[in-house]
Design a protein around this ligand. Structure first.
Ligand SMILES: C[S@@+](CC[C@H](N)C(=O)[O-])C[C@H]1O[C@@H](n2cnc3c(N)ncnc32)[C@H](O)[C@@H]1O
Length: 201
């Protein structure tokens, strides 16, 4: 059982059942019926919402408890999602198969982050979109959630360095927001946001 299995074993949905606000703002970039990969999707609030919007989603996580709750949420909402239990430290998705990769609050250790990010980005077909929101190292000065370990946090320079060999930068920002995402993310927070696009063939 992972640490996340233990967290997700608590009643309720740690980050709520509504989608992340930045994802909602950016979703219109995805063509209708897109194949979308959601690494670190947790309890499914984002994958289920994208499925409700008509996309074909693959929710990937190494917490089976989280994936089971995602499937339960999908069933409640009357939509279908596909789940896969893998460790992002080692998993390589099929190349050039997705129109979207959605990384929302997926914090990986620095030693594996860059390569994992690039493996995920390579799953984008030409013209595909990568949408990311994560906590910034300055989040250590806030009490609204996220890992208490600077090695797991990524500023904009780090995100840019990870994706710039592969993607065209479309949006990049770091700054303060106010979160209201379940009990897990609530209050003022400092985040990194990024949207990148796989160049057209
Ligand atoms: C903060 S939660 C965010 C969940 C979801 N993206 C959301 O915004 O509601 C981080 C998620 O990343 C997953 N995760 C962390 N490290 C992982 C790894 N190495 N492989 C697969 N999943 C991982 C955890 O299991 C957890 O579900």
């Amino acid at each position: 059982m992972t640490t996340w299995d233990q967290r997700f074993s608590q009643p309720g949905y740690k980050y709520g059942t509504e989608p992340n606000r930045f994802l909602v703002e950016q979703e219109s970039r995805l063509p209708p019926g897109s194949r979308v990969l959601l690494p670190g999707d947790g309890e499914g609030r984002n994958s289920v919402w994208l499925a409700e919007r008509g996309h074909q989603v693959l929710a990937v996580d190494n917490s089976q408890v989280g994936l089971d709750k995602a499937l339960a949420l999908a069933s409640t909402r009357g939509v279908t999602i596909t789940t896969l239990n893998v460790d992002l430290a080692a998993w390589t998705p099929p190349a050039a198969t997705c129109s979207g990769v959605v990384l929302i609050y997926v914090h990986l250790p620095g030693a594996i982050r860059t390569e994992a990010h690039r493996r995920l980005a390579r799953s984008l077909a030409p013209g595909g979109w990568l949408i990311l929101e994560s906590f910034h190292p300055r989040q250590l000065g806030y009490q609204s959630g996220g890992p208490r370990d600077a090695d797991m946090l990524c500023d904009l320079a780090g995100v840019r360095a990870d994706f710039s060999p592969l993607l065209e930068e479309v949006l990049a920002w770091e700054g303060e927001v106010v979160l209201d995402e379940g009990e897990g993310h609530r209050g003022p927070a400092f985040v990194t946001r990024y949207v990148g696009r796989m160049p057209a063939a």
